[in-house]
Design a protein around this ligand. Structure first.
Ligand SMILES: Cc1cc2nc3c(=O)[nH]c(=O)nc-3n(C[C@H](O)[C@H](O)[C@H](O)COP(=O)(O)OP(=O)(O)OC[C@H]3O[C@@H](n4cnc5c(N)ncnc54)[C@H](O)[C@@H]3O)c2cc1C
Length: 388
């Protein structure tokens, strides 16, 4: 029997703050499988390259972010979510969205899955796809006592928004741009179609805290004050302008966590996707991996009726067999970029790295293209079950 109804659970219609970048590999999935690319393109900032500067404004060169089919997009998460939810609401016979429920427990039997919610209600279906993020409840069900606790990666990301013009960037500067400094990476990302509004992001090393303590720290404004102190010695005009603009009460703090490789992504009629299955160190590909997962699983489910528990197992086995090598490849590349702080160093080590980077960009004609991540095409992956 093919899937004829989908129930999506969401906390509220729009909860997401911030903005994210979508590279061609994610856009291919969102275009050819989900069908929302035109709406995303109309609402996002489209860009072909990412400028890379040193702390003295020196331009190393550019990382190319486009291919023949797509430019990269930077989009507000709230806009992205609204576009996806609008697409769901256009198909009420197929997709129902239920807001405000939180899964507290899962019962998985041969004949179906029952979800129990915090408000005492339940829902039942043939399969459950756990796309519930880094602190996944569904992962606890799939792995039981061996479910890993997500680990804080040590560097927080401070983010906020500003009018791009407030940075007074010198003539010739283009955005998005990343500045490599002895303190850490600073990046600026236009996120509206005209490129007048932007998100900024800086990394800050901090000891781990529990969720309540992180929220209290964010509300105290201390993170922003520390960043201003840390970057006081960096004289790049764009960073000076940014630090002058930052208002402590308008800074959002992100605390990237990750999980190690887990022994399995599925159990019975339940399968994990996205951060629930494989949260990676920050490398701008977390959502892209979630979209690739969703697109590939949708293609598998579309190609194979689920008449018996064995059919479900074969689809989930094929999903994991195909996706795991891809995720491990992207994880290895993410480690290579040095995480949230971009592997920056102080003193002579910084000088050495800076000139190493300058030489590398010059050797490559000042433009680097890396197809290992963005060249991947989820739409051509084999959907036969039992294919290695
Ligand atoms: C600062 C920052 C910048 C980033 N930038 C990028 C970028 O530029 N590009 C990119 O590709 N990625 C980026 N990422 C990574 C990306 O945001 C994540 O990898 C991505 O959101 C993972 O998607 P997901 O659907 O797996 O999980 P999530 O986006 O975390 O969604 C999980 C959902 O499940 C819900 N949920 C959780 N528990 C329950 C429960 N028990 N019951 C019901 N619902 C539940 C949550 O409310 C949430 O809506 C960034 C991350 C950070 C922190």
């Amino acid at each position: 029997m093919p899937i004829d109804r989908v129930l999506i659970l969401r906390p509220t219609r729009t909860v997401a703050e911030g903005s994210i970048s979508l590279t061609p590999n994610a856009l291919r999935a969102l275009d050819h499988v989900v069908g929302v690319y035109d709406h995303l393109k109309a609402a996002a900032f489209s860009y072909r390259r990412l400028a890379m500067h040193a702390d003295d404004s020196y331009l190393f060169g550019h990382l190319l972010q486009h291919n023949d089919e797509y430019n990269a997009l930077r989009i507000l998460c709230s806009t992205l979510h609204n576009i996806m939810l609008d697409a769901c609401e256009e198909q009420p016979d197929l997709v129902q969205v239920r807001y405000g429920v939180h899964i507290t427990s899962i019962e998985d039997r041969d004949d179906g899955v029952t979800l129990h919610f915090g408000d005492g209600t339940t829902a039942r279906g043939d399969i459950l796809i756990g796309a519930d993020g880094i602190h996944s409840k569904v992962r606890e069900h799939v792995l039981g006592a061996s479910a890993p606790t997500p680990t804080f990666l040590g560097s927080c990301m401070l983010t906020g928004t500003l009018p791009l013009a407030s940075l007074n960037a010198p003539p010739g500067w283009t955005f998005p741009a990343v500045l490599f400094t002895p303190v850490g990476l600073v990046s600026v990302w236009p996120h509206n179609t005209s490129g007048t509004e932007a998100a900024w992001c800086v990394a800050e090393d901090l000891p781990p805290k529990d969720r309540a303590a992180w929220r209290a720290y964010e509300a105290s404004g201390e993170a922003a004050r520390t960043a201003k102190r840390n970057y006081a010695g960096v004289q790049t005009p764009v960073i000076r302008a940014l630090m002058d603009t930052v208002r402590a009460d308008a800074v959002k703090l992100w605390t990237p966590h990750c999980i190690p490789e887990i022994p399995r992504w599925h159990l019975g009629r339940v399968c994990l996707v996205g951060d629930a299955a494989h949260a990676l160190p920050p490398n701008g590909q977390g959502s892209a991996m979630a979209f690739e997962d969703a697109a590939y699983l949708a293609r598998l489910l579309g190609a194979h009726p689920l008449d018996a528990p064995r059919d479900v197992a074969r689809v989930f086995e094929q999903f994991e067999r195909n996706r795991l090598p891809r995720i491990e490849r992207v994880r290895a590349l993410a480690h290579g970029t040095g995480g949230a702080k971009g592997g920056t160093a102080a003193g002579w080590k910084y000088t050495l790295k800076k000139w190493g980077m300058a030489a590398y960009f010059a050797w490559n004609g000042y433009e680097l293209r890396d197809e290992r991540i963005s060249g991947y095409d989820v739409t051509t992956q084999e959907v036969g079950v039992g294919v290695a």
